[in-house]
Design a protein around this ligand. Structure first.
Ligand SMILES: CC(C)(COP(=O)(O)OP(=O)(O)OC[C@H]1O[C@@H](n2cnc3c(N)ncnc32)[C@H](O)[C@@H]1OP(=O)(O)O)[C@@H](O)C(=O)NCCC(=O)NCCS
Length: 199
């Protein structure tokens, strides 16, 4: 089955809900906050001047198979969720009552992220996710590799990623792409490896 990688920044907006649905399979914080946060996050990410990414589309069926996203400043993507104050307050209040632990985790993660470096000339592999139907065929690895190639073209020198210690598929893909573990740390409920690779 052949597929093509397209720029996430120029994805037609009617396809963004497909990206958001695939992202709900990720165990990270935004998906725990719920679909409306995920969709808003990607609406902001594709308009962001520095963030870039790719989505894989099946050549025959046009189905979206997976995507990847990188940014030199991932915390700015998260903080954009608070820009529309009315929307944010309404939606975060729902989270406080329905998923209080996700709310607590958000507070912990925002402190941890602030403490993380954003050295010049570096990017973060923020997300890479493959629809469960298409996993195990090398797509995750090639979506992450596309971020590395594009990052190199844009003049970045290093790429970082954080991967939960239980996430063997992500760790294998990331390490096969040349990343090395530089530390292991706890961030609230998450126990993560921090990995880096030269570009
Ligand atoms: C992580 C993810 C993107 C990998 O996508 P994928 O297309 O299945 O990955 P690939 O086919 O490129 O496989 C990469 C490596 O992981 C291995 N792998 C894939 N699924 C695996 C699994 N369930 N268990 C163990 N190893 C697995 C592959 O064999 C391959 O290893 P190899 O290079 O030694 O052969 C996918 O599992 C996913 O979307 N997970 C949910 C979201 C997520 O966790 N994203 C990463 C956040 S850090």
């Amino acid at each position: 089955m052949s597929h093509t990688l397209h720029s996430l920044n120029s994805i037609p907006t009617h396809l963004l809900p497909h990206i958001a649905k695939i992202h709900m399979e990720d165990a990270g914080l935004i998906s725990k906050l719920g679909y409306s946060f995920v969709l808003r996050y990607f609406e902001n990410a594709i308009k962001d001047e520095c963030a870039f990414g790719f989505y894989a589309q099946d050549d025959e069926t046009d189905e979206i198979m997976g995507f990847s996203l990188a940014s030199p400043e991932p915390s700015s993507l998260t903080s954009k969720l608070t820009e529309d104050k009315g929307w944010f307050v309404k939606n975060i209040l729902k989270v406080v009552f329905t998923h209080p632990l996700a709310f607590l985790q958000m507070a912990i993660s925002s402190i941890t992220i602030r403490g993380q470096m954003y050295e010049p000339n570096t990017i973060e592999c923020v997300y890479f996710t493959v629809d469960p139907k298409f996993r195990g065929r090398g797509l995750g690895r090639s979506l992450q590799k596309a971020l590395m190639d594009e990052g190199r073209k844009r003049g970045y020198k290093k790429i970082y990623a954080s991967v939960e210690t239980w996430n063997i598929a992500s760790l294998k893909a990331t390490q096969a792409n040349g990343f090395k573990i530089i530390k292991t740390f706890r961030e609230g409920i998450y126990h993560r490896h921090r990995l880096e690779s030269e570009l």
